[in-house]
Design a protein. Structure first.
Length: 177
């Protein structure tokens, strides 16, 4: 049995559907979440920092969009081996699509059928927290952009802003000494 290094394991992925405005651009209807707009697929590291984002119409199913996301990150992160994902990505269709595109281990984190109410799932809360961090940026509360490229850029800018604020807070000299 081969053990995976920290760089090879623990990438998380999930999607979020957001409403669009009348600005135009691609748009779809996510029947599961009852949202007309776009869907953001993100990949984070185990700390919750954004590694990659892909935005498309909301009517594309999670497991269909996952193939495009995972193919894109294969070239950016060739050492990546283990992906955690939520139950929306389960199924043979995704596993078959990933055959021949690298040595992947896809671990689906599912909610227990016996659970009542809110249940914190291991690993899955990390990517949900990242969506919450990105949601603090008012520009991302709705998709105001005409183009997908502009939407992607604003999400990356929000992620950079969050990371730089955290770095500044840690490296700032303490006052009072």
């Amino acid at each position: 049995m081969r053990y995976l290094s920290d760089a090879e394991k623990g990438r998380l992925r999930d999607s979020q559907s957001v409403k669009t405005t009348e600005a135009g651009g691609i748009c779809g209807y996510d029947a599961g979440k009852r949202v007309k707009g776009r869907k953001r697929h993100i990949v984070t590291d185990t700390c919750g920092f954004l590694l990659f984002i892909l935005i498309h119409a909301a009517d594309i199913q999670d497991r269909d969009g996952a193939v495009d996301v995972l193919k894109a990150i294969r070239f950016r992160f060739p050492w990546l081996r283990h992906i955690f994902a939520d139950g929306g990505y389960a199924g043979d269709k995704l596993r078959q699509a990933l055959c021949g595109h690298g040595d992947w281990t896809l671990e689906i984190i599912k909610r227990s059928d016996k659970a009542k109410g809110v249940e914190v799932l291991p690993r899955r809360w990390v990517v949900e927290r990242t969506f919450a961090w990105l949601g603090r940026c008012r520009r991302l509360a709705k998709d105001w952009e005409h183009s997908v490229q502009s939407s992607t850029a604003w999400a990356i800018i929000a992620s950079i802003r969050m990371i730089t604020r955290r770095i500044a807070r840690v490296t700032a000299p303490h006052k009072g000494f």
